[in-house]
Design a protein around this ligand. Sequence first.
Ligand SMILES: C[S@@+](CC[C@H](N)C(=O)[O-])C[C@H]1O[C@@H](n2cnc3c(N)ncnc32)[C@H](O)[C@@H]1O
Length: 226
Amino acid sequence: MTSVINISKRIVFLSSLFDESDRVGDIGSDHGYLLFLLHNKGVKRLHGVENKKGPFENLKRNLNQFLSPSFTISLNDGINNLPKDLNTLCLSGMGGNNIISILKKGDYSFISKLVLSPHSHYYELREYLQNHNFEIVDEHIIKDDKYYLFLVCSRREKPIKLTDLELKYGPCLLKKRDPIFLFYIEEEINKKKDILAKFNLDNEKIDKLKQEINELNRILHVNNSL
Ligand SMILES: C[S@@+](CC[C@H](N)C(=O)[O-])C[C@H]1O[C@@H](n2cnc3c(N)ncnc32)[C@H](O)[C@@H]1O
């Protein structure tokens, strides 16, 4: 890896969610940019996993000069054969449903922190986390070429039970009401209004869209607490 010029705002932001003391397994490392940034940041234990030969070879080529007994990579399916000295997992740039199916397939009982950046199935992922004793301790949304969501989660004996609205839109995002989150909500409202205006929908679909718009409007206009 010779240059950081092409590393996206998304990956740079993702790297800010880890502490130097985290021992990180990055599942689906692909290009390896996150691992590279974390290595530069001083994270002492790093492990990258890829399940496809092409991306794995690319990963090896990109990171070759940095690899050592404490900076390792492997060709594996998800979290099978995960080194037991890790305490943090990153799963980023994939659907929430894929994140769930990767977590379901292996042992991560020794992992205490998850950093996740799903691009779909947010509700299902938050529900899975809650049901598997992970509490969402922080959430972020950023806009790069599009909106990206990030969840930071800690293992708890009994995580707080989330409401339906929190499962949909995120407990921390709803509480913090960052401007980018509110822009995102506004865009979601406009997208749904466009669909109502442009398509000939049956009554059931119209009612559902109107309900969703009302719910989003309540998030937008509520006075700081939900
Ligand atoms: C779209 S890329 C995202 C790469 C990087 N994490 C990011 O955020 O930019 C998803 C990567 O996950 C890998 N992947 C998907 N399922 C996987 C699995 N079960 N085990 C390991 N890697 C997987 C894919 O091969 C691909 O390289």
